[in-house]
Design a protein around this ligand. Structure first.
Ligand code: HEC
Length: 166
């Protein structure tokens, strides 16, 4: 009996730890949540003074390889860039330091020059809040993203320049 109970808990535990991309709903345009984004490496960071948020821009392996070898215009197919956004707060123990507070959202740009021909070769997706709610009523939200990224068309629609990492 004890053995069965242990077996049951093992199975329940396994089921409970399934990949987050299977539990987080996909974006309305069909992009799955890249749950391994937490392990990606640094591309850059930014601080928006109009809405008081801190951002970190990271990338998957393909993105990081391109960033480190300074081959980012264009970024190669398979690149995924993530932008993770938090509200800024001051560090209670050192008030001159601004640090990430509440989690706002994480958003992604997925490069596939054959699939995303209407939006500069990039697929866009955003998940909001700690509950990771997919953004957008339907797939048309991507034109809002793309529209705002169009001014940096000459930089492959990407605002971020990889930070200096000696
Ligand atoms: C109002 C303009 C605007 C809209 C709309 C917008 N972006 Fe951006 N995005 C920016 C700016 C400016 C940056 C760079 C500065 C920053 O925020 O860090 C950026 C950066 C990014 C980055 C990091 C790569 C880069 O280009 O620097 C990703 C990923 C991204 N946005 C995804 C999205 C997605 C997904 C959407 C739509 C759901 C979206 N953006 C909509 C302005 C916009």
């Amino acid at each position: 009996m004890k053995k069965w109970l242990a077996f049951f808990f093992l199975i329940a535990f396994q089921l409970g730890t399934v990949n987050a991309s299977e539990t987080v709903p996909s974006s309305p345009n069909g992009i799955d949540f890249p749950s391994d984004y937490k392990n990606w490496e640094l591309v850059s960071s930014s601080h928006r003074i109009d809405n008081n948020t801190l951002r970190v821009i990271t990338g998957n392996d393909i993105a990081i390889k391109s960033a480190r070898s300074k081959q980012t215009n264009p970024w190669p197919d398979g690149t995924i860039l993530a932008k993770i956004v938090w509200k800024q707060v001051t560090l209670p123990s050192w008030e001159k330091a601004i640090v990430p507070g509440e989690f706002v959202q994480v958003e992604f740009m997925v490069k596939d020059s054959k699939k995303y021909t209407q939006t500069g070769g990039w697929g866009f997706a955003r998940w909001k809040g700690e509950g990771l709610q997919p953004y957008g009523e339907d797939a048309s939200f991507v034109f809002e993203c793309f529209g705002c990224h169009t001014p940096v068309k000459d930089n492959d629609y990407i605002f971020t320049h990889p930070s200096i990492l000696p």
